[in-house]
Ligand binder design. Structure first.
Ligand SMILES: *[C@@H]1O[C@H](CO)[C@@H](O)[C@H](O)[C@H]1NC(C)=O
Ligand SMILES: *[C@@H]1O[C@H](CO)[C@@H](O)[C@H](O)[C@H]1NC(C)=O
Ligand SMILES: *[C@@H]1O[C@H](CO)[C@@H](O)[C@H](O)[C@H]1NC(C)=O
Ligand SMILES: *[C@@H]1O[C@H](CO)[C@@H](O)[C@H](O)[C@H]1NC(C)=O
Length: 507
């Protein structure tokens, strides 16, 4: 299968390390700042730095920086259908906030003699000699990110997904990123498209492993058992890289077939590291025909900190827990008992060390409620002492272009309309723009100070609403009467939300 070939290729493909800053601003804010690479790129082998291997490796013909940059530019500017516009034409103050906010995530050090801003604007010194460059590279941030992605009949979202991945990886540092994709038995052209992106991805030096399977649910008795198996399959390289290379990751980003913008992913990662959270998720939306608008979607998994399910409802009625609802309506991060919502950022620690969590079905013989594999992993994180689980309402996700367009309206210049001078934000306070008071407002809503404050995590609820799905019949959804399920005592103690694994950034 794909696997052997992929691993061989990984060894041969070096990684551009120093392109990141130029690419970051070149692509995210293409219309605002000039695209430049003013630093000397350094190539090195794909996996963890291994002196032995590097010395014994034969020199190989590498694509030039220009060649790589051309592929990258093509991929990130031509391929997105839907997400192309979400970071373009952002209001200048938002751009400035985002640059400052996400600069701790940039995956390598700036040139020694210049500020990164100066180098980004073209004033940087390109004259670093090789030794200096290598030293700089070694000092670079080594926070490693593992992207796990499950795809199934995802032809339509793959171009956007990859374009976003390229750009995010450029910021985090290509050498810090590994992408694992597991595709199970798609009947559309997903496999063909994946092959194209696989090749292109490698040509820009990003590590990607794509595995496909024709295995179907038939072989499993329980549907959650099958779904858990599909998710675990995307994690296989995580364990393989540890066993074969001694490579450990610091953050896992788990994605479904969804349409995120670059800054959506950055914000989830930022919040996850800021709060040393066990699990951090976004909010996903689906169109509700009766209501005639998108509503919060993944209420099979999402539970507030009282253990109550969230609702498929307009935003004012999603949370029953009052303090959570208040924070939600102000777009502030919220502690929850459980959530998944299309993208989840995970602390890998409980995967690597005991109790070795994994996706699983309920232990039905022990009387456990047949919840989603994603709810169960949240419960397992609580029990393992990683119960810092949070939701980031700013990050709104869609599964199709119809919803995407509604939740990412472009900002209109209201000042120009009918001479309403007070609209469009006051000159000295852009936050007064009425568009930012609507729930589905422009993507470049300014950050408030409260969005940067760390969350105060409290112990988990004693009971959680569980709506089981045994899948015995043909019902395409939960088929067991819901219950309040008792949680293990461990997750109700303060110990369950202590920081055990510090993944914070230097702010
Ligand atoms: C593949 O997995 C998805 C869930 O991730 C599931 O909905 C789909 O039915 C699976 N495909 C097959 C062929 O079983
Ligand atoms: C909080 O949880 C309890 C069960 O533990 C439930 O009876 C109660 O209705 C919940 N409160 C809210 C506001 O959801
Ligand atoms: C909005 O429109 C007003 C009036 O036409 C103009 O003065 C202002 O520069 C515009 N603002 C932006 C950000 O385009
Ligand atoms: C959990 O707590 C309950 C009530 O506080 C107690 O009755 C029970 O024995 C505890 N269980 C364990 C395993 O400690």
């Amino acid at each position: 299968m794909l696997k052997a070939g992929v691993q061989q290729q990984l060894r041969r493909i070096p990684v551009p390390v120093a392109l990141a800053i130029g690419i970051l601003f070149g692509f995210i804010f293409a219309r605002i700042l000039p695209w430049t690479t003013s630093t000397t790129p350094i190539w090195r082998s794909g996996h963890i730095p291994s002196k032995v291997r590097q010395q014994s490796r034969q020199p190989i013909q590498l694509p030039t920086v220009d060649q790589r940059a051309r592929v990258l530019e093509l991929l990130t500017t031509l391929s997105p259908h839907y997400t192309k516009e979400c970071t373009r034409n952002s209001q200048p103050l938002y751009v400035q906030q985002a640059l400052e906010r996400y600069s701790p995530l940039v995956g390598h050090n700036p040139p020694a003699s210049n500020s990164w801003l100066a180098s980004l604007l073209g004033g940087g010194s390109a004259e670093l000699d090789h030794a200096q460059a290598v030293r700089r590279d070694l000092q670079a941030s080594e926070h490693k990110y593992f992207f796990a992605i499950n795809l199934y009949n995802s032809f339509d979202v793959i171009p956007d997904l990859f374009a976003t991945l390229f750009r995010v990886a450029a910021i985090l540092g290509y050498h810090n990123v590994f992408v694992s994709i597991y595709e199970n038995g798609s009947s559309d052209q997903t496999k063909a498209l994946l092959r194209i992106f696989d090749a292109l991805t490698k040509s820009v030096g990003m590590r990607v492993m794509i595995r496909t399977s024709m295995r179907t649910r038939g072989a499993f008795n329980h549907r959650i058992e099958y779904l858990a198996e599909v998710r675990n399959a995307a994690f296989v390289p995580l364990h393989e890289l540890r066993d074969s290379e001694g490579e450990y990751f610091d953050t896992i980003i788990f994605m479904n077939d969804i349409l995120p913008c670059v800054d959506d992913l950055l914000e989830l990662i930022w919040q996850s590291r800021r709060n040393n959270a066990g699990i951090t998720c976004a909010a996903d939306y689906m169109y509700h025909e009766e209501i005639g608008s998108p509503v919060f979607y993944d209420n099979w998994v999402a539970r507030d900190i009282n253990g109550t399910a969230l609702e498929n409802a307009p935003f004012e009625r999603i949370f029953h827990h009052v303090p959570s609802s208040q924070r939600w309506q102000r777009h502030l991060p919220i502690q929850v008992q459980s959530c998944w919502n299309g993208i989840a950022v995970l602390d890998p620690a409980p995967f690597y060390s005991p109790p070795h969590v994994r996706f699983r079905m309920a232990r039905i013989t022990e009387g456990e409620c047949s919840a989603s594999e994603c709810s169960l992993i949240c419960n397992d994180y609580w029990e393992a002492g990683y119960g810092r689980i949070m939701m980031v309402p700013r990050v709104k996700l869609a599964y199709d272009s119809k919803v995407f367009d509604i939740i990412h309206p472009t900002r209109r210049n209201l000042t120009a309309i009918r001479g309403y001078k007070r609209l469009g934000g006051l000159p000295d306070d852009p936050r007064t723009d009425p568009q930012d008071r609507t729930w589905f407002g422009p993507h470049d809503r300014l950050f408030t100070e409260e969005e940067s404050e760390p969350l105060g995590f409290i112990p988990g609820p004693s009971h959680v609403w569980c709506w089981g799905w045994d899948g015995a019949g043909d019902l395409e959804g939960p088929d067991v009467d819901p219950i309040w399920e008792k949680m293990p005592n461990k997750s109700t103690r303060p110990d369950a939300v202590q920081v055990r694994h510090d993944r914070s950034m230097a702010l």
